[in-house]
Write a protein that binds this ligand. Structure first.
Ligand SMILES: *Cc1c(COP(=O)(O)O)cnc(C)c1O
Length: 400
């Protein structure tokens, strides 16, 4: 028996842990940059499953690859060999810099980070990690320890010790925080959850130099920025530098759970048998979905589309910023965009939803846009027009 809209809401509200700020929409299906609710109402999806549906909802090549794999084999542990996994590994090392040629597969972003932290300690024999203020790396105990926001942390302390936070964008602060016991620096090239802040030019290059000079591991968390989001296949390409470890996840398999930790061979090789594992990691379905996703990305050079549409989108947002005093700043790179307002954005998100546009926030005051790269200019126009109406109304109320 299928459920009515109201029953779905009632059951989720009653039985699902109340950890999500629920939006009042019951989703039915999606295609490219659109989703529909169970009443048939259409939405332009600038949330895209938190950035996971980067190549668009239900891309036919991904659907086909998953279906084929489902019929063949669903369960296959990492201790057995499997073509779907080998196919994916070839693709991953094929698109990463040559030095990042050893991979561990898991099931989420946080897990990809967990391994990066473990590798840092194992490889260097040191304990301290330098992380960034406003940084976000996930909510498992290890990843949470490197996540800045107090709201996520306090109730769960003590977290893992010896993580030092420094201001994002200031290389000299990293230098000051280094001790004899520092193992690694972890950073998002564009901070997502923390408010959509792009690394200032020269910053990541300087971190690379510091890491080389001091023998530290440089970890890039590209879980949100990776696979085309920022207008390059990986965000580090904007600055022409390579990390020692990269963490990937969100869009890697178009919404099927996957986490990828890739590193230099000598770093991953410090792990012995049994020192890390994951029952679901590298499972056939995730591998098939990720391989198809990477093929679609690479064949279509979809990061170029993200760069072009990102320019178009941010242009529209900047016009609104000029027009309305309630807008504090517009930031972003490619199709990872933020608009900071002078007040809490939840009400704006709600009004946008009524107008058929689904957007995210990043903290209290920043609207975040993570649309699929198959969004059209016409759809972007509709987003900007809707936002124009909502901001106009807000402005009239605030400055009447
Ligand atoms: C989402 C995100 C994570 C955590 O990923 P989960 O799959 O939710 O565990 C980590 N780092 C960054 C930069 C993210 O955006």
């Amino acid at each position: 028996m299928s459920m009515s809209r109201d029953e779905i809401v009632r059951v989720e509200d009653e039985f699902l842990a109340k950890v999500y700020h629920k939006r009042g929409i019951v989703v039915d299906r999606g295609k490219d940059a659109l989703i529909w609710d169970v009443n048939g109402k259409e939405y332009i999806d600038c949330m895209a499953g938190f950035g996971t549906a980067f190549i668009g909802h239900s891309n036919p090549k991904v659907v086909e690859a998953v279906k084929r794999q489902l019929e063949k084999l669903i369960a296959c542990h990492g201790s057995l060999y499997l073509e779907a996994r080998a196919q994916l590994l070839k693709r991953i090392v094929g698109i990463l810099p040559k030095t990042l040629n050893k991979v561990f597969l898991s099931n989420s972003g946080a897990e990809a980070v967990e391994l990066a932290l473990k590798l840092s300690r194992k490889f260097t024999g040191k304990k301290e990690i330098i992380a960034m203020m406003r940084g976000y790396h996930g909510k498992t105990m290890g990843a949470l320890s490197a996540t800045w926001n107090q709201k996520y942390r306090v109730a769960f302390e003590p977290l893992i010790p010896k993580i030092r936070f420094v201001p994002f964008g200031k290389a000299e602060k990293v230098r000051e925080a280094i001790t004899q016991d520092t193992a690694a620096i972890i950073v998002e090239p564009v901070q997502g959850e923390g408010g959509v802040y792009v690394a200032p030019d020269g910053y990541l290059k300087e971190l690379r130099e510091i890491a080389d000079e001091k023998g530290l591991i440089l970890i890039f968390d590209e879980i949100q920025t990776g696979f085309g989001r920022t207008g390059k296949l990986f965000a580090f390409e904007h600055w022409n530098i390579t990390p020692d470890i990269i963490c990937l996840a969100k869009p890697a398999a178009s919404g099927i759970p996957i986490g990828i930790t890739a590193s230099k061979k000598e770093i991953m090789d410090t792990l012995g048998v049994g020192e890390h594992s994951s029952t679901f990691g590298g499972n056939p379905i995730a591998c098939a979905a990720a391989s198809a996703t990477i093929d679609v990305l690479v064949e279509g050079k979809l990061w170029e589309k993200a760069a072009k549409l990102g320019e178009y989108f941010i242009g529209g947002l900047r016009k609104l910023a000029e027009k309305y005093r309630v807008v504090r700043e517009v930031r972003g790179l490619g199709l990872m965009l933020g608009m900071e307002l002078r007040f809490d954005v939840l009400d704006v998100m709600e009004k946008m939803l009524e107008k058929g546009v689904l957007i995210l926030n990043a903290g209290r005051n920043t609207l975040r846009f993570l649309p699929p790269c198959v969004i059209t200019e016409k759809q972007i126009d509709k987003v900007i027009e809707s936002l124009n109406e909502v901001l106009k109304e807000k402005e009239a109320k605030i400055f009447k």
